[in-house]
Design a protein around this ligand. Sequence first.
Ligand code: ATR
Length: 275
Amino acid sequence: PLLLGVMGDPIAHSKSPVMHEAALRAVSLPGSYVPLHVKPDRLAQAVEGVRALGFRGVNVTVPHKVSVMDLLDELDEGARLIGAVNTIVNHNGVLTGYNTDGIGYVRSLKEEAVPDLKGKTILVLGAGGAARGIIYALLQESPAQIIVANRTPDKAKQLAEEWSGLGHLTGCGNDDIAAAVKNADVLINTTSVGMHPAVSEIPINPEWIPEGIVVSDLIYNPLQTELLRQGEIKGCRTHGGLGMFIYQGAYAFEYWTGCEAPVGVMREAVLRSLQ
Ligand code: ATR
C-alpha cells in the first residue's frame, strides 16, 4: 500500500490528511496519508525515515518548507527558484522536492475566476513565502505586468529584481497600492491580513478597489474575508483561498500516484471538516 503523509509543527490542525484519505478512497488506491508531528531538530531524521519506511511521498508544511530543501537529493526548478518545498516524491530512495503551492493557486484561479491570464495586469499584496510561489507560477502565464506591493518595500523591490528575467515584474511599497490598483485586472492578497481571528481587517482601502475587477484572497479561514466581501460590493468577481489548498494537494496527489486527482471529492472532504 501507498504510504503518504504531511510533516509540520504543529500538525494536528492540518486538513491534508482528510483531503488525501478521501482522494485515495475515491480512486480505490490502497494506502494511508498520516499527520507527522516533526520538530525542527528532528527534520533530518524524519526525512531519512521517509526513505527507511518507504513512504512514496510527503507534504511539508510550516516551519519546514525552506529548511527541508538541504535534505533532498533533487529539486524541481520552480521549487529552487521559489526557495521552498511543499511536496516530496520518493522515487526508489531518491527524494525530489517540488513546490505545488503556486501552481495550485494558479490552477484554482483559472478554473474558478480568470480562465486566461495572458495580457492581464495583476497586483499582488505581500512579498513573503506565499507570494513568491504564486508570482513564480503567475509569470509562467504571460501576464502583461505583475506589481508586488509590500509593507517592507525593499522586499518587493528585491523580488522584482531577482525575477526580472522571468517577465514584467515591479516592486513597490504599500503607499503605491492606490495608484497601482487603478490599472489592475486582478488583485491578489497573499498577506495574513484578514485571517481568523482578526476577520474585520483588510489589506487595502476598499474605496480603491475598481468596479468589476477580479479580487482573490489566499486566506480560506474565513472562507469569505472582508476583502472578498468588499470586492463583492464593488461588483467584482471574487476568488477565495480554498481552491489553492485543494489544487496544491491535487498536484501532489498526481505526482505520487500518477492518477488524476478527484478534485471534487477532495473539496467536499475539506469543506465537511471545516464545519
Ligand atoms: P507567508 O509564507 O504566508 O507569505 P511570510 O513569508 O511571513 O508568510 O510573509 C507574510 C507577508 O505578509 C509579508 O509580505 C508581510 O509583509 P512584511 O514583508 O513587511 O513583513 C505581510 N504582512 C504580514 N502582516 C502584515 C500586516 N499587518 N500588514 C501588511 N502586511 C503584512
